[in-house]
Design a protein around this ligand. Structure first.
Ligand SMILES: O=C(O)c1ccccc1NCC(=O)[C@H](O)[C@H](O)COP(=O)(O)O
Length: 218
């Protein structure tokens, strides 16, 4: 079952890699739609289950709490999911593995050469969206690097979350060119890895709104 591509009137914003209560509060205050928590211990932005519980409890209704995992133990994922609305599966998880978790998920795909996005959208039919991120060998994500946005087909069968190297300086252009369902940023709103900057968060979301002016009027 594939669905037609969604064309929203405004671009949703996910901020990823939050580790501190004050950053959660700043993101919510600035108008973020979704907050990402990295549960993969290899990340500089990793948090543990206790911190996840504390940060997730601060998030008000209608802001989506997203947990990021990279090829991890299903039992750990299920425990963390008690504090989450959505899973972000950022490794080589198979469609069957993703579905077996029994929770809503998005699938991250790293844009290595030769990737067939139409085929992957079909294979990951159960995902709520595809998050497209830059490819760097050996690094599962959070690279701070962009990729060639022209590689994203306009008629992909799943909603696209554009990630990888987005900042307040390039996100409006990215929205005009890709017209994604959502954008995802981590390094572009940080003072240092895992430490967000309230001013950069606000500037990023303002730039997204400028980018939205390029969307066709409805
Ligand atoms: O942030 C990490 O350290 C990380 C580690 C492993 C997998 C994914 C990771 N981050 C994912 C994200 O933060 C975003 O979804 C995306 O990669 C954008 O990051 P950035 O290029 O820094 O904006």
């Amino acid at each position: 079952m594939t669905e037609p591509r969604v064309a929203p009137s405004r671009t949703r914003v996910k901020l990823c890699g939050l580790t501190r209560p004050e950053d959660v509060d700043a993101a919510v205050a600035a108008g973020a739609d979704a907050l990402g928590f990295v549960l993969w211990p290899g990340s500089k932005r990793a948090i543990d289950e206790a911190r996840l519980a504390a940060l997730a409890a601060r998030v008000p209704a209608f802001v989506t709490r997203v947990g990021l995992f990279v090829d991890q133990d299903p039992e750990l994922i299920r425990r963390c999911a008690e504090h989450l609305d959505l899973l972000q599966l950022h490794g080589d998880e198979s469609p069957d593995f993703c579905a077996m978790l029994g929770r809503p998920w998005i699938k991250a795909l790293r844009m290595r050469d030769g990737l067939d996005l139409h085929a992957l959208a079909g294979a990951h039919d159960g995902a709520r969206a595809l998050l497209l991120d830059a490819y760097r060998p050996g690094v599962p994500g959070g690279t701070g690097e962009t990729f060639d946005w022209s590689r994203i087909p306009a008629n992909l069968a799943k909603p696209v979350i554009l990630a990888g190297g987005l900042t307040a300086d390039n996100v409006a252009e990215a929205i005009a060119r890709v017209r994604p369902f959502a954008v995802d940023v981590s390094g572009g709103v940080e003072a240092s890895p895992g430490v967000k900057d309230a001013g950069r968060i606000a500037a990023f979301i303002e730039a997204v709104r400028r980018g939205d002016e390029s969307r066709p009027a409805r």
